[in-house]
Design a protein around this ligand. Structure first.
Ligand code: HPA
Ligand code: ZN
Length: 325
């Protein structure tokens, strides 16, 4: 039987975690104090009462508002370091962390402040025996020009960023909006991934664009690909990684999507389990594994396959993968 200890002790790769989504109310409160920012809340408990959401857009409202407290390079370092310590406790051996520079540059924070703080934490975390990399995401609800400017900044930090992702509000913001930016990023050696949130009405079309035209390496969420067997076959053949987040799905989609995960697992798709925004969805990666194992009666063998998939879909070198698998 799968126990919480089993899911915690299993070596894992975390491929879908937004660093801003690891900002706990406690750290938010502390940083507000340190930076002399008025959050409008007199206590952590009062702040926590606002953590109410049942859709992507209602979640994003709370998520973006919380980030105001992130001001200095040290703030970004502390945020990432606090997360990395938790990841180590979850036996995460390798993590590819999303960050959203536009959520900060649009508030007047410099790109360099964000990347230098986060990157320094990934370097210091090597002493904790965890390999951490950074994936820069475009906010898909901002104009293409803003993504291009952000990409121009990222090109100056090529050695500190492993790939490019796409997140935020998907409605009317298809992947093809950023076709030129993805193409430039790929030509510059970045790996590519993008969110395809469950329950988007154009989801299949968005996944098709990602697999057939943009040629991403991974799709974040994307589990409703099951509606299109031809696309599922293509994804399996090309070993495209799919990163599903059970607790996030439970909050935002009122469905853990375990049926879809099992179907993709059975069809040989490289699907794995991740945490998305752990400070907002009530659990870190081991909790996500345990939640789906419990609800859908997964065997230990299935859990191990999901964890192996997380390393196989990661962007570490083949030699490094061999050490984990
Ligand atoms: N979807 C889209 N954008 C996001 C998410 C998500 O789950 N988390 C943080 N930004
Ligand atoms: Zn996400």
């Amino acid at each position: 039987k799968v126990t919480p200890e089993f899911t915690r002790n299993l070596p894992k790769a975390e491929l879908h975690v937004h660093i801003e989504g690891t900002l706990t109310p406690e750290l938010r409160f502390k940083l507000a104090k340190r930076n002399g920012i008025d959050t409008g809340y007199s206590s952590i408990d009062e702040m926590k009462k606002m953590y109410n959401y049942n859709s992507l857009s209602s979640f994003l409202d709370v998520y973006y508002a919380a980030m105001d407290v992130l001001q200095t390079e040290q703030d970004f370092y502390d945020l990432a370091m606090a997360y990395l310590h938790r990841a180590v406790k979850n036996n995460v051996r390798h993590v590819e962390i999303f960050f959203d520079p536009q959520a900060h540059t649009t508030r007047g924070i410099k790109f360099s402040t964000v990347i230098n703080g986060l990157y320094r934490a990934t370097v210091d975390a090597r002493a904790l025996n965890i390999d951490a990399r950074l994936i820069m995401c475009f906010l898909r609800d901002l104009p293409r020009d803003s993504a291009q400017q952000t990409l121009n900044e990222a090109l100056k930090y090529k050695d500190k960023i492993i790939g490019i992702g796409l997140d935020s509000d998907e409605h009317n913001n298809p992947p093809m909006k950023f076709y030129n930016q993805f193409t430039t990023a790929s030509a510059n050696g970045f790996h590519l991934t993008a969110h395809a949130d469950p329950d988007q009405k154009d989801s299949i079309e968005h996944i098709r664009q990602l697999l057939e035209i943009i040629c991403v390496d991974r799709v974040d969420h994307g589990t409703n690909i099951v509606e299109d067997p031809d696309l599922v076959e293509l994804a399996a053949k090309r070993k495209i990684g799919f990163t599903s987040c059970p607790l996030s799905n439970t909050f935002l989609n009122a469905d853990m999507k375990g049926k879809e995960v099992l179907e993709l697992l059975n069809k040989g798709v490289k699907i794995s389990i991740h945490s998305d925004d752990p400070a907002y969805f009530g659990g870190y990666i081991a909790d996500n594994y345990y939640a789906i194992a419990q609800k859908y009666n997964l065997t230990k063998e299935q859990i191990v396959t999901l964890a192996c998939n997380s390393f196989e879909a990661s962007w570490i070198s083949e030699e490094q993968k061999a050490l984990y698998l």
